[in-house]
Design a binder for this molecule. Structure first.
Ligand code: CAA
Length: 283
C-alpha cells in the first residue's frame, strides 16, 4: 500500500547523529516537508526533490528535510531512490543562498552538505540516484553519494563550481576521484564541462542510461530486483564494499572474510540449500 507524504505526518523520533556538526538540525519532532515528496511502496522509498523553480538547488531547508528523513527512516523502507522533479535532478547548491556567505559560513555550508551526503552513503539500505536532468555541482555530488546512478538520456552531469570561483564542497573532490579515477575527476572539475548521460556512462559515473519515460520504472525494477535477494547479504555487500574502500586492501579482505562467514548458518544456508533443492529461497 503506497504511503504518500508518509514522513510529513508520521515522524516522531528524534536522534542527533554524531557526525552532524552543530547545525541545529533535527530540532523538529514533526516536520512538514515543503521540498521533499516521499512515496513508500513495497519497501521502496522514493524521494523526489520538488524545488522546480530553482532547478531543485540545495538550500538549508533541503538539508533540514533530508536530515530529518534520513534520521527517521521507517523500518519498512528497504531501499531509497532519490530523483528530481522537472528539468533538473539538482542544479547544484543554492547559489543565491551562498553568494553573501562569509568564509566561515561557506565552510559550515560545506560541512552541512558533506554530513548529510555521508548519511546517505552510510545508510545500511541501498540508495539509487534516478537522474532525470541536470545533475550539476551539489547535484552531481548528491548522485555520487548514492550507491549507483541510473540516468535518463537527457541527464547532464558536471561540476561547474570553478565557473563561480569556488570548488565542489559536498564531497565531490573526494568521491569523484574515487569513483571514476583521478584524471576523469580532474578533467570534469577543472574544465567545468557538462557531459551527457552517455559520456557519464562511458566514464563509469552512471551505471545505466534509459529513455526519460523509463527512468523511474527502471529504477523501481532495479530496486525490486535487489530487494528479492538475501536481505542480510545485500546489507553486508554494501557495507563491505563501502568500508573496504576506506581501509588497506588486506584489512578489506579480512572484513570480507568475516562477513562472508557471518552469513553461514544464516541467510547463506537458506540460499545455498534452496539452490541445491532447485527451489526459490524464502528469506
Ligand atoms: N542555485 C540557485 N538557483 C539556481 C541554480 C542554483 N544552483 N541553478 C538554477 N537556478 C535558478 C536560476 O537562477 C533560475 O532562477 P530565476 O528563474 O529566478 O532566474 C532558475 O533556476 C532557472 O534556471 P535558468 O534560467 O538558468 O535555466 P536554464 O535552463 O537556462 O539553465 C542550468 C539551467 C544550466 C542548470 C543553469 O541554471 C545553471 O547553470 N545553473 C547553475 C549550475 C551551477 O553552477 N551549479 C553549481 C552550484 S555551486 C555548488 O553546487 C557548490 C557545491 O558543490 C557545494
Amino acid at each position: 500500500m503506497p504511503k504518500k507524504g508518509y514522513f510529513s505526518i508520521l515522524f516522531c523520533c528524534v536522534k542527533r547523529l554524531t557526525d552532524t556538526p552543530d547545525l541545529n538540525l533535527n530540532k523538529h519532532k514533526y516536520m512538514e516537508y515543503t521540498i521533499l515528496k516521499t512515496d513508500l511502496t513495497e519497501g521502496i522509498l522514493t524521494v523526489t526533490i520538488t524545488r522546480e523553480k530553482a532547478m531543485n538547488a540545495l538550500n538549508t531547508r533541503f538539508f533540514e528535510e533530508m536530515d530529518h528523513l534520513l534520521t527517521n527512516l521507517p523500518t519498512e523502507a528497504k531501499l531509497l531512490i532519490i530523483t528530481g522533479a522537472g528539468k533538473a535532478f539538482v542544479a547544484g547548491a543554492d547559489i543565491a543562498e551562498m553568494a553573501d556567505k562569509s568564509q566561515e559560513e561557506g565552510e559550515r555550508f560545506s560541512l552541512l552538505g558533506q554530513s548529510i551526503f555521508n548519511k546517505i552513503e552510510r545508510l545500511d539500505i541501498p540508495a539509487i540516484a534516478a537522474v532525470n536532468g541536470y545533475a550539476l555541482g551539489g547535484g552531481c555530488e548528491l548522485a555520487m553519494a548514492c550507491d549507483f546512478r541510473i540516468a535518463s538520456t537527457n541527464a547532464v552531469f558536471g561540476q561547474p563550481e570553478v565557473n563561480l570561483g569556488i570548488i565542489p564542497g559536498y564531497g565531490g573532490t573526494q568521491r569523484m576521484a574515487r569513483l571514476i579515477g583521478k584524471a576523469n575527476a580532474m578533467y570534469l572539475i577543472l574544465t567545468a564541462e557538462m557531459i551527457t548521460a552517455q559520456e557519464a556512462f562511458r566514464m563509469g559515473l552512471v551505471q545505466k542510461v534509459v529513455e526519460p519515460n523509463q527512468l523511474l520504472e527502471t529504477a523501481t525494477k532495479t530496486a525490486a530486483n535487489i530487494l528479492s535477494k538475501g536481505p542480510k547479504a545485500i546489507k553486508l555487500a554494501k557495507k563491505v564494499i563501502r568500508d573496504g574502500l576506506n581501509m588497506p586492501f588486506d584489512d578489506g579482505q579480512k572484513l570480507e572474510a568475516k562477513e562472508f562467514g557471518s552469513l553461514f548458518r544464516n541467510e547463506g544456508e537458506v540460499g545455498m540449500k534452496a539452490f541445491l533443492a532447485k527451489q526459490k529461497p524464502v528469506w
